[in-house]
Design a binder for this molecule. Structure first.
Ligand code: ADP
Ligand code: TYD
Length: 234
């Protein structure tokens, strides 16, 4: 039996445009009458937000990072994501497990097999799915060159422990995302995130309408971005 609810994760390197589009998608889905829960990882619960603060600020080895990310994820799944899916809500999550494979695996060198074991352990028995591993129904992968992302972030916000890494680190992280996408092509949709906001938004709408989760755009309708977004600054 299909699991209730809809679970969509937003992935990509820092500065790729994930947060800019999450709320817009929430508005579009709410307009269809769906309950939408917007959340993020690491975080989404009081405990997971505390673990996030540690992960983003305290120096630690790469496996410790991965363990903290998965501990935060378990709490998030049990407290927020699982219950939301069980009541048939849409969950929009700013990052999920692909980020751990990309950042701690490809970026920092944690063994992928070890991460796969943690993934299975942490994501099983959630949301009325005994014995099954919960994964997003769709992962929107905001793909853009690390140099472009760095330009977008320059001066916009104070960099955290990851955002202050050199471009080389983000090249490895981007390769990590590419490998995860190649391994799960049905779940991933690659977005060309280097395009202007309105075009990125159109790609998102197309991915959701192809799956019947948003109405198809009217033929010939202009490529306008979501209403609340500021005009392109870059
Ligand atoms: N398509 C785009 N073109 C130009 N700038 C963008 C685009 N999408 C987002 N931005 C800007 O880039 C910066 C990073 O975007 P953000 O959504 O915070 O990225 P992320 O959540 O992936 O780290 C913000 O200043 C945002 O306004
Ligand atoms: C979910 C997750 C995030 N991260 C990192 C990626 C980001 O640099 C950081 C926080 O993500 P994010 O919420 O995208 O940061 P911001 O609020 O600044 O946009 O945590 C990991 O290293 N591993 C993980 O498993």
């Amino acid at each position: 039996m299909a699991r209730p609810g809809l679970f969509i994760s937003f992935e990509g390197i820092d500065g790729a445009g994930k947060s800019s589009h999450l709320e817009a998608l929430a508005q579009a889905l709410r307009a269809q009458g769906r309950e939408v829960v917007c959340t993020r990882e690491p975080g989404g619960t009081p405990l997971a937000e505390k673990l996030r603060a540690l992960l983003l600020a305290a120096p630690m080895d790469a496996l410790t990072e991965a363990l903290l990310a998965f501990a935060a994820r378990r709490d998030h799944l049990v407290q927020v994501i699982g219950p939301a899916l069980a009541r048939d809500a849409v969950v929009l999550c700013d990052r999920f497990t692909d980020a751990t494979f990309a950042y701690q695996g490809a970026g920092r060198g944690v063994d992928f097999e070890m991460l796969s074991q943690l993934e299975l352990m942490v994501q099983t028995d959630i949301a009325q799915m005994p014995g099954l591993m919960l994964e997003p129904d769709l992962t929107l992968w905001f793909d853009l060159p690390p140099e472009t992302a760095a330009q977008r972030l320059a001066g916009v916000r104070l960099p955290d422990r990851f955002e202050s890494q050199p471009v080389e680190f983000f090249r490895r992280v981007a390769q990590g995302y590419a490998a995860r996408a190649a391994a799960a092509p049905q779940r991933f949709v690659r977005l060309d995130a280097a395009q202007e906001r309105a075009q990125v938004w159109q790609q998102i709408c197309a991915a959701l309408s192809e799956r019947g989760w948003l109405p198809a755009p009217a033929a010939g309708s202009p490529a306008t971005g979501p209403a609340h977004m500021p005009a392109n600054a870059a």
